[in-house]
Design a protein around this ligand. Structure first.
Ligand code: CP
Ligand code: NVA
Length: 297
């Protein structure tokens, strides 16, 4: 594997290996045991959109692995001033060992991967968020002991949902996706999921999705870059909010940041059912597992 632009850039075996590495690294981190597996390695992090979790977990993760990460915002390098992606990819490959990029257009990350001769990691695009899926799978396995679990996605069929669909298909996780009409995940990812093993059940009724679920997962209704659609999306998602009553005794996941009062109530996010802080922590461990798998001597 030389790129991680989507979760299914990994084979099932590679995904299992990354999750095992992540668990081992989590254990070492928790016991305070040093693990400089990437001593001397450098990672460039390109950000077109803001980030808390992705930036900090990758940056601290590289430090914990004995390496170094460079934060490069939109105004920091020539990419933000017209230098083509293909040139950026070839130049970065001469300096660093791995690139992580958070961009609007998914095709920009795949173009970067095409021209770079080093591994390229997708840190979120409009279409996909595979690093989130790694942490989600790690968290689901911790919560339920495996992947023999039922997950209900309630909300937008967005980047996080789309990568989860592919990840669920690769792990045989039982997934139901509830979105309003017109906000589904897209036929391309459903076709891919079919090829990977399983297409999720689709519905426009949140309570149907949640009925048999062990885990409820939601995300913002207005993703980064969709601010102009805010009014129409808030109207379309009326009735999809996760409340403690709707959640019942199920586990709650949310990739964060949350918009309290929109997709989720404050009480639901603050409840004991919320595994969202553990999920956020697992971004660190999952990405360290990924990095040790991608960056080899
Ligand atoms: N979940 C996630 O990717 O969060 P950030 O936008 O803070 O990186
Ligand atoms: N769907 C959200 C996820 C943020 C981590 C967005 O793209 O803004």
């Amino acid at each position: 594997m030389t790129r991680f632009t989507e979760i299914d850039d990994l084979t099932r075996d590679e995904l299992a290996d990354v999750l095992t590495r992540s668990e081992e690294l989590k254990e070492r981190t928790r016991r305070g045991k040093p693990h400089p597996k990437l001593a001397g390695a450098s990672m460039a992090m390109l950000f077109e959109k803001p980030s808390t979790r992705t930036r900090i977990s990758f940056e601290t993760g590289m430090t914990q692995l004995g390496g170094h990460a460079l934060f490069l915002g939109p105004n920091d390098i020539q990419l933000g001033h017209g230098e083509p992606i293909r040139d950026t990819g070839r130049v970065l490959s001469r300096y660093v060992d791995v690139v992580m990029a958070r961009m609007f257009d998914h095709s920009d990350v795949t173009e970067l991967a095409e021209y770079a001769s080093i591994p390229v990691i997708n840190g979120l695009t409009d279409d996909a968020h595979p690093c989130q899926t790694l942490a989600d799978l790690l968290t689901i396995r911790e919560l339920t002991g495996g992947f023999d679990a039922s997950v209900a996605w309630v909300g937008d069929g967005n980047n996080v949902c789309r990568s989860l669909i592919a990840g669920a298909a690769m792990t045989d996780l039982d997934l139901t996706v509830a979105t309003p009409d017109g906000y589904g995940p897209g036929s391309d990812v459903l076709n891919r999921a079919g090829e990977l093993g399983a297409v999720p059940d689709l519905t426009d009724d949140p309570d149907t999705a949640i009925a048999d679920a062990d885990i409820v997962y939601t995300d913002v209704w207005v993703s980064m870059g969709q601010e102009d659609e805010r009014d129409s999306k808030l109207a379309a998602f009326d009735g999809f909010q996760i409340t403690p009553e709707r959640l019942g005794d199920r586990h709650l996941l949310h990739c964060l940041p949350a918009h309290r009062g929109e997709e989720i109530t404050d009480a639901a996010l603050e409840s004991d059912n919320a595994a969202v802080w553990r999920q956020a922590e697992n971004r660190l461990h999952a990405q360290k597992g990924l990095l040790t798998s991608l960056v080899v001597d």
